[in-house]
Design a protein around this ligand. Structure first.
Ligand code: ATP
Ligand code: MG
Length: 452
């Protein structure tokens, strides 16, 4: 009889050959221990930091209507043109399909959620998120198809003070992570009328140099010429560098906003450079935009990027409200952490339970549970098909676990109401400290001695 589940069309059920191994999708990585400990280290630093700045956590679905991203991010962007994982959902009972996409970024979803739940009814909100994003790009160092972002968004605030707060928040994070090999680039994209005037000059400039434009640039010349400034094509470097600068078209108010940001950065000793070519890859930005860049990661050197998006909430159907935010790429930030030689501490248990005989397990468990309830991290030696294993093999595991102490649940000691505690590492005085006997039941009297 062939089991329904295993009856895949390509399988020959009669043959005993091994089924083909299924592997993860290219560009989508498993994050395994001990590497995952570095992620947890970063995430816990971020949570504490967000509390210090009073940013609150928001979690939105990974799947949204495709229209949300097309409208929010802009039709003529790399993401929407070629990077989204989109599909038609199964038809409902009327035969209608939903067009859905895995989120390529999280700002559009945050704006949708804020609008849908009217979060700004009693004033501005400061929010942060962490999670996976999906873009169908060519996988390489610092560029994956499932990657992870941490983002901070301040919605409902219009002043340069919040732009500066967000930048300082990112700088605090670099400090907490021990990163100093980065630089901050800022620019202003002004307001729509200023961009319209600049755009005329920009299109004129590129039309005069049409011979050096690549296909992408030609396509964008009339739909989104600002994005041509973002081109990474070396053949277009000169024509991009000689293009009219948006900053020269900014009026007094836009310049004052930028000055407001700079003044706060300067007063706090944050070095910045003005990069008039900084335009960002998404359509929704205005006024302040910024990137944190490093030279240590090769071609993918932008670790964090953001800016103001005062029109997105209104354009998404909400009551118009200003907003500003940034997103960082966790993989790139962790790569920089490694490049800079920082090694986050690996988690190790305080104690390893050595259990010579399986018949001791029920009683030993009571002590282990008591220790865990008291906040001690305990790894238990688990049985296998061969039983508990020799003392020698158990001690080998205990050493490999990195635990500071072994708890030895020997039958004789247990009969006397005790467990033996043996220091394992030199820094806990293993050489000088003798093995001690501790009460099986009165865990409270000695649990603290296992912790640092
Ligand atoms: P890039 O110019 O590197 O393609 P981007 O402008 O597309 O970046 P954003 O949409 O601003 O990037 O995303 C913010 C951050 O997320 C980036 O600065 C980067 O650190 C990270 N990031 C973006 N795309 C990827 C990816 N495919 N893989 C890993 N990290 C990414
Ligand atoms: Mg990109």
């Amino acid at each position: 009889m062939v089991d329904k589940v295993t009856a895949v069309p390509t399988a020959k059920p009669a043959m005993a050959s091994k089924p083909a191994r299924l592997l993860a999708i290219k560009g989508m990585n498993d994050i395994l221990p001990p590497e995952s400990a570095r992620w947890e280290w970063l995430e816990s630093k971020v949570r504490l930091l967000m509390q210090r700045y009073a940013y609150r956590n928001i979690r939105t679905p990974i799947l949204e209507h495709t229209a949300l991203f097309v409208r929010g991010i802009g039709e003529v962007t790399d993401i929407v043109e070629k990077e989204m994982y989109s599909f038609e959902d199964r038809p409902d009972k009327n035969g209608d399909h939903d067009h859905l996409s895995l989120r390529p970024e999280n700002t559009a979803s945050v704006v949708r959620a804020v609008t849908e739940h009217n979060l700004l009814y009693d004033g501005g909100k400061r929010l942060y998120y962490m999670g996976p994003m999906f873009r169908r790009e060519r996988p390489q160092r610092g560029r994956f198809r499932q990657f992870h972002q941490i983002g901070a968004e301040a919605l409902g605030f219009s002043g340069p003070d919040v732009d500066a707060e967000l930048i300082l928040l990112a700088v605090s994070l670099w400090k907490d992570l021990g990163l100093n090999d980065w630089r901050l680039e800022i620019n202003s994209l002004g307001q729509p009328d200023e961009r319209a005037r600049h755009r005329e000059h920009l299109v004129g400039h590129f039309e005069r140099h049409a011979d050096v434009l690549d296909d992408d640039a030609k396509r964008r010349l009339h739909s989104n010429p600002l994005r041509i400034l973002d081109s990474k094509n070396p053949a277009m470097k000169a024509v991009v560098e000689s293009a009219p600068r948006l900053i020269d078209f900014l009026g007094e108010q836009s310049l004052a906003h930028l000055d407001g940001v700079k003044a706060i950065l300067d007063a706090n000793g944050i070095a910045w450079t003005l990069n008039p070519r900084l335009v960002r890859g998404l359509d929704y930005y205005n006024l302040t935009v910024f990137e944190f860049v490093t030279d240590r990661l090769g071609a993918q050197g932008t670790i964090c990027a953001g800016g103001r998006y005062d029109y997105l909430i209104g354009q998404s159907g909400g009551k118009p409200a200003p907003a500003v935010g940034w997103a960082l790429g966790i993989e790139r930030v962790l790569d920089l952490v490694s490049e800079q030689g920082t090694t986050p501490p690996l988690p190790v248990p305080d104690a390893y339970a050595v259990i010579p005989d399986a018949s001791s397990l029920p009683l030993a468990f009571r002590t282990l549970q008591g220790l865990r309830a008291a906040g001690v991290n305990v790894q238990m030696h688990a049985s296998t098909a061969e039983g508990m294993g020799s003392m020698k093999s158990q001690f080998k595991r205990a050493d490999a676990s990195g635990a500071k102490f072994a708890l030895i649940f020997g039958a004789d000691e247990m009969a006397a109401g005790s467990v033996a505690v043996k220091p394992l590492r030199a820094d806990t005085g293993a050489a000088v400290q003798p093995q001690t006997l501790r009460s099986l039941d009165d865990v409270a009297s000695w649990s603290a001695s296992l912790k640092d």
